[in-house]
Design a protein around this ligand. Structure first.
Ligand SMILES: Cc1cc2nc3c(=O)[nH]c(=O)nc-3n(C[C@H](O)[C@H](O)[C@H](O)COP(=O)(O)O)c2cc1C
Length: 163
C-alpha cells in the first residue's frame, strides 16, 4: 500500500474501486442523439427513485446533458466493450453506425444492454471539475447477461475473478 497526494496517484487510487460501465444518452436541443461512456453511475434513493452520474466540464456533451429534460442509462453487458470504447471517443458522429431507437421523450435507446433506466432530470450540481446529474427513474427494464466491469483502468468480466 503506497501513500501519495498527486492527481495521477489519486486517479490510480480511484481506479481500485471496481464498477460497471454505462452509456448515458440524451438529445441536444436540435434533437441530435448524444451519448457518453460513464462509470460514475450510482443509485441514490428508492423513494423517490433517484440515480446519479458525473459528467466532466470538459465534455463536448456537457451542454446537451445540462439542457436535456430526459436521459437514459444503459448498463453494458460484457459483450459491449466496443460500444463502451465507441462512446468514450470524442466524435460528433457517434451515432452514425450505431443501432438505436428514439424514445417518446426523444432519448436514444441502445439495444442489447443488461439494464436500461429512463430518467427525467431531477437536479444538477456544479461540483469541482464535474457536474453531478441526478435523474429520477421514470421507467426501467433489465434482462439476463453478465456485466462489463472496469477496474484499475481495464475492462474486466465477472469470469476473470474465478480464474
Ligand atoms: C470506462 C469509462 C468510464 C468513464 N466514465 C466517465 C464519467 O463517469 N464521466 C465522464 O464525464 N466521463 C467518463 N469517461 C470519459 C468519457 O467517456 C470520454 O471522455 C468522453 O466520451 C469523450 O468525449 P466528449 O469530450 O465528447 O465527452 C469514461 C470513460 C471510460 C472509458
Amino acid at each position: 500500500m503506497s501513500t501519495n497526494s498527486s492527481d495521477a496517484s489519486l486517479r490510480q487510487c480511484l481506479s481500485h474501486f471496481a464498477t460497471g460501465v454505462t452509456v448515458v444518452t440524451c438529445a441536444d436541443d436540435a434533437g441530435r442523439p448524444c451519448g457518453i461512456t460513464a462509470n460514475s453511475f450510482s443509485s441514490v434513493s428508492l423513494e423517490p427513485p433517484l440515480v446519479l452520474w458525473n459528467i466532466a466540464k470538459s465534455s463536448n456533451s456537457l451542454e446537451a446533458f445540462l439542457k436535456a429534460r430526459h436521459f437514459a442509462f444503459h448498463v453494458l453487458s460484457e459483450r459491449q466493450e466496443p460500444l463502451s470504447e465507441h462512446f468514450a471517443r470524442t466524435d460528433h458522429t457517434r451515432f452514425d453506425h450505431i443501432d438505436f431507437e428514439m424514445s417518446d421523450e426523444g432519448v436514444p435507446i441502445l439495444p442489447g444492454c443488461i439494464a436500461v433506466m429512463r430518467c427525467s432530470i431531477f437536479k444538477t450540481h456544479d461540483c469541482g471539475d464535474h457536474h453531478i446529474i441526478i435523474g429520477r427513474v421514470e421507467r426501467f427494464e433489465f434482462g439476463d447477461g453478465d456485466p462489463l466491469l472496469f477496474f484499475r483502468s481495464r475492462y474486466r468480466s465477472i469470469a476473470d475473478d474465478r480464474s
